[in-house]
Design a protein around this ligand. Structure first.
Ligand SMILES: Cc1cc2nc3c(=O)[nH]c(=O)nc-3n(C[C@H](O)[C@H](O)[C@H](O)COP(=O)(O)OP(=O)(O)OC[C@H]3O[C@@H](n4cnc5c(N)ncnc54)[C@H](O)[C@@H]3O)c2cc1C
Length: 493
């Protein structure tokens, strides 16, 4: 393989000669790959093939001890660390200069404690591995819509599953986190130990250490009733207006999505979907089949072209949303809506519906509320989703030109829905860099920064959506002289 090195990588290559990467490699069971190595391009690749990651080095640990050695090496060498499970959320990382990308994909142990209804997984485990292992014990997990999303990144950022309106965010069902902190110690964070870290990690993302393992709740559930109602895209307006009215009638046992799908004409997509455009309603219900069928009546009365509702085993649920099940080049972004009015649906259809020639593969509106909106006292930093609907728009990005064109279409969707913007964003659906204040309530963001300052004052860890340490600068002298209190963030440090 020929490797073309960019300027930053040349710098990294030169500094690699000074830094003892070979010594680090010799100390760990895993691998260390630096620019110029034969497998450099493979090592720096993310799940999202549109991400061009150019870190100083890639470290691939096989154990928590490996992670400790990598963290010590980075800290002592003046480098940063970007932990990565799969690279589903790799686009917001952008510039990785002076950073070791720590890819956890070799840490794949899964253990199910059927009696306690708990899963324990290592950092590199994918959701489909958990759902398969849990199903053997008659248990279900709060997995997302895609089988190969990483459990750790998804859970640290929130985690909206098909059972979200009943059981809340995956983050708030995490019961313990094992991580290597900036001082190189392997610690456990749970309700009794390192409670501040435990709180921050549940929704605060990857800013506080390299997570080596997670423990979380499972649920006694072998199957759900769910499916997709497909309609021709020409019916987008009537179907989505009906879905908008319908979600007001469903209990929190039902989680659903209203969506416009434009399938590419590629062999991966089965007939009769290949190359077609549809408006769909996807739903998963924890109610009985009879109760769900009764609820579905008004939607079925619209006469779907295809109705796939039926019982779905918990370890097959990740096929329902038809997400890609292997790395692809894509670009997208999300937003959240405080309400979905008839005008909001009109605005959505006007930019994504029939006749718009949209480049977007999927534009979806997920119904939130229920347990997602409840701030239980034991919850973590992302205690609730403070919006009634969560939007995500995405398209393929095979080339930089295609990426730019899709991004422009994503912007159009966000602009059209701006009047209903909830004022906050969902970290996991944010594929562009954001001001971190968009993810949290003000008091939560201040507390996250204080915890970051306490545990990682030198900002060793770079998350896809970083929480920066709080500045330790005293309040400006002028303010203090006239006796005003210091700003809140500074006061908390
Ligand atoms: C096709 C697709 C479907 C999706 N479906 C859903 C869905 O249904 N519900 C939902 O909520 N989200 C969904 N997402 C979003 C997904 O949850 C986020 O992209 C999430 O960040 C992915 O985690 P990852 O570990 O796979 O990705 P990565 O890009 O590897 O990780 C994302 C971030 O998590 C942190 N992180 C990862 N591993 C570690 C670690 N060991 N230690 C510390 N920090 C770490 C880092 O900050 C990293 O930058 C989907 C995304 C895609 C592309």
């Amino acid at each position: 393989m020929t490797t073309t090195l960019q300027e930053a990588e040349m710098t990294a290559l030169l500094s690699a000669r000074e830094l003892d990467y070979a010594g680090l490699h010799a100390r760990i069971d895993g691998d260390v790959v630096v620019p110029g190595d034969e497998n450099w391009d493979e090592a720096r690749q993310a799940w999202n093939l549109a991400a061009d990651q150019r870190p100083a080095a890639v470290a691939i640990p096989e154990s928590a001890d490996d992670v400790k050695a990598i963290v010590d090496f980075a800290r002592e060498s003046g480098l940063r660390i970007a932990p990565q499970g799969t690279g589903h959320n790799s686009l917001p990382l952008r510039d990785l200069e002076g950073t070791i990308l720590v890819k956890t994909h070799r840490m794949r142990a899964v253990s199910i404690d059927a009696e306690r209804e708990r899963a324990w997984v290592q950092a590199g485990v994918l959701w489909m591995e958990v759902t398969a292992a849990a199903a053997e014990h008659g248990l279900g997990a709060l997995a997302g819509s895609s089988p190969d999303v990483g459990v750790v990144g998804y859970s640290l950022g929130g985690g909206i599953s098909w059972l979200a309106r009943k059981h809340g965010l995956a983050a708030n069902n995490v019961t313990a986190v094992e991580l290597v902190t900036a001082d190189g110690n392997l610690v456990r964070a749970d309700a009794e130990h390192n409670a501040d870290l435990f709180w921050a990690l549940r929704g605060g993302g990857g800013s506080f250490g390299v997570v080596t393992a997670l423990e979380f709740r499972l649920f006694p559930l072998t199957e759900v009733y769910g499916g997709v109602l497909f309609f021709p895209v020409e019916r987008a307006s009537v179907v989505l207006q009906s879905w908008r009215e319908w979600v007001e009638t469903v209990p929190e046992e039902v989680t659903s999505v209203g969506r416009i799908l434009n399938f590419p004409p590629i062999p991966d997509i089965p007939e009769p979907l290949r190359g077609g455009s549809f408006v769909v309603v996807e739903a998963v219900s924890l109610l009985t089949v009879a109760a769900t069928d009764e609820l579905l009546e008004p939607l079925r009365a619209l006469g779907p072209a295809m109705d796939t509702f039926g019982p779905i085993p918990m370890d097959k649920l990740h096929h329902l949303h038809m997400d890609p099940e292997h790395p692809v080049p894509g670009t997208g972004d999300g937003m959240m809506l405080s309400e979905l009015t008839p005008e909001a649906v009109d605005a959505f259809v006007a930019v994504t519906g029939p006749g718009t020639g949209t480049l977007l593969l999927s534009t979806e509106i997920r119904h939130a509320g229920g347990a997602l909106a409840r701030r239980d006292p034991g919850n973590g930093a992302l205690a609730s989703i403070d919006a009634r609907f969560v939007v995500f728009a995405v398209g393929m990005a095979m080339t930089p030109e295609m990426k730019a064109a899709v991004e422009a279409r994503v912007d159009e969707v966000k602009e059209a829905l701006a009047p209903w913007d909830s004022g906050s964003d969902y970290l996991n659906f944010s594929e562009r860099p954001r001001d971190g204040r968009r993810f949290y309530r003000a008091e939560t963001y201040h507390r996250l920064r204080a915890i970051k300052t306490k545990h990682d004052p030198g900002h060793l860890f770079r998350s896809s959506h970083p929480i920066p340490p709080a500045t330790k600068r005293p309040a400006p002298a002028r303010l203090r002289r006239i006796g005003r209190p210091a700003p809140r963030a500074a006061a908390r440090v």
